[in-house]
Design a binder for this molecule. Sequence first.
Ligand SMILES: Cc1ncc(COP(=O)(O)O)c(C=O)c1O
Length: 423
Amino acid sequence: MRVIRQLSTSRRLLQSLIQKQKYQATTYARPHDLILSRGKNAMLYDDVNNKEYIDFTAGIAVTALGHANPQVADIMCKQSQKLIHSSNLYYNEECLKLSENLVEATKSFGGQYDSSRVFLCNSGTEANEAALKFAKRYGILKNPSKQGIISFENSFHGRTIGALSVTSNPKYREPFGSLIPGVEFLNINDELTKLDQQIGSSKDKVAGLIVEPIQGEGGVFPIPLDTLIGLKKICEDNDVIVIYDEIQCGLGRSGKLWAHSYLPKEAHPDIFTTAKALGNGFPIAATITNEKVNSILKVGDHGTTYGGNPLGSAIGNYVVDVIADQKFLDQVVDKGSIITDRLRKLQKRFPEQIKDVRGKGLMIGCDFSEAPSKIVEAARDAGLLIITAGKTTVRFVPALTIENDLLEKGLDIFERAVEKVYN
Ligand SMILES: Cc1ncc(COP(=O)(O)O)c(C=O)c1O
């Protein structure tokens, strides 16, 4: 009797929550009967429907240290009782510590060797906006027509007009008409000689080049190191500022602190951007520059009300301290190998359907011969949340702290979902 009463109460709650969905702007496609209530590390719970899920999405590569991380919760509680926000009219302790922390950890963990300055903001898109403005300013000071940006096919850099202007997907761009002028999309798979010729021929019009060292939304494509090394050389020869967008692939996701930590110092960026994992779910982001870029900036060139607020910065300090640790990074690589080994075995069983397994660390793509929407649905029905990337790829980006047995359990569900769809 009690069970029946509970069931009808939760059905009523579900119906009332579904009713409220009509107030959401029409921008997302979400399953209407999955409503999250809480999480714990790599688990998510829907208490309305009494269901639980292994989460291989981590809020799209955000909750790197797990859902409801107790240390993050403790920092939020303590910092919010001291100071949440004070604006950029004044310095605050946590913001100062985070900027130093990012620069010093970057240099200690093989990232941007000449790392120097940090601009703190609130989202990945905003971090890229700052990077684009800094690069344009650098170019304009050399020559007023040197203000274009080079980006790449298959890239994703965000949704504001500036970030969208350097995002290649026509589906996101075309509904919005004119975007910022002077953006050119090249093909990252072209020979370096061709890229050299393309960039060199427009050097008087190009201020910056933006690239994800591992393309995320486009389908999880790690850019070959030689390509990035070659691109940096071409940009230096043509006085073009190099921006690496590490919003998805940075902060331990690739198995190193930054995806560009795999590169020799000659290929390090002038600017790189980070967001997502930096706040473990709290909105905070950073644009990190060398002195070559910082030296052209003047007071008033850029700003944001919430950037570097004490609450976000305190969380960021904790996240950087945990991830900038060789042992932590090594276990990311080990967990990544568990996924790739199992996916490669699965590929042998389904060679017609699984075309490729690729990625680095815990950013892995499993590429299918068709859109994998039925697999995503079958996995969800069986208790695993996964996301797609590009048109045909399933993306694996779980919390970097996911327990090994949960990882294996999630992979069991994924295998069964593939079997269900293709057997
Ligand atoms: C590589 C990359 N750049 C930029 C962004 C935009 O970040 P945000 O959604 O925080 O604005 C994303 C988000 O998915 C991303 O993956």
